[in-house]
Design a binder for this molecule. Structure first.
Ligand SMILES: [Fe+2]
Length: 235
């Protein structure tokens, strides 16, 4: 198979490219190197999503948007032509309910909110938070559902989430085996079952993009890139 054509995807909506505010890019230079690589791979637009985690990264919309401005200034300075936006990746922790209540959520596209779950166990308030998000008018997108190992023996969980109106975003590196062989297997199964709404690089450092670039011939990646209703193509 030839390498998948990422210019057909066009938009990435999961990455950590604002310098120094989470476990992603440490500085502006690294950010620019990554953005250049996105461009080279065929992306025309990036919506970067710094972590919002009340115990670890106490980011605020102001902090993220200030970082966004600084990156944009640097892109202009270096004459790099790409659309660059920011939202956030919300951890479903104790702080999220309050942010929803206060309407302090950073969204993208048609009021989409990217959120992630703890990796240890399913949070007891998962359904409640999904409901709260939807009642507040947000459209929740669950980041990397294939990485939550507590659902590996409970595949119907994914269908149930979709029935509740949650969109599912697959990490592209899951298809390469980057996280674990089990994650790869579940990721492939989800693609085969047509459960994936959108795809993301979840890029924290340049190595993530390089590893992804080395794996563009994967069959399941081709299927996603060719998927007509892929959310990335509508952003
Ligand atoms: Fe992420």
């Amino acid at each position: 198979m030839p390498p998948a054509d990422l210019s057909m995807v066009g938009v990435d909506f999961h990455s950590h490219l604002i310098p120094g505010i989470d476990d992603g890019s440490p500085d502006m230079e690294s950010t620019i190197v990554m953005i250049q690589k996105f461009k080279e791979m065929g992306y025309q637009k990036i919506i970067t999503t710094p972590h919002m985690m009340c115990d670890y990264y106490q980011n605020t919309p102001d902090k993220i948007l200030k970082g966004l401005d600084e990156v944009r200034e640097e892109l202009v300075k270096q004459n790099i032509n790409i659309e660059f936006f920011a939202a956030a990746e919300y951890n479903l922790d104790d702080g999220l309910s309050k942010l929803i209540k206060d309407k302090k959520i950073l969204t993208f596209g048609d009021n989409y909110v990217l959120f992630e779950l703890p990796f240890m166990s399913e949070p007891p308030n998962l359904q409640e938070i999904i409901f709260d998000l939807q009642m507040a008018g947000y459209k929740p997108i669950l980041a990397h559902p294939e990485r939550y190992s507590y659902w590996y023996r409970d595949f119907e969980k994914y269908e149930e989430l979709k029935t509740r109106g949650v969109l599912l975003q697959l990490n592209l590196l899951s298809l390469t085996g980057h996280y674990s062989p089990e994650t790869k297997k579940v990721a492939e199964k989800m693609v085969e079952a047509n459960l994936i709404d959108g795809i993301g690089t979840d890029c924290h450092r340049i190595e993530h993009l390089l590893q992804f670039e080395d794996n563009l011939k994967l069959k399941h990646l081709h299927q996603l890139v060719n998927q007509e209703n892929l959310l990335n193509k509508k952003l």
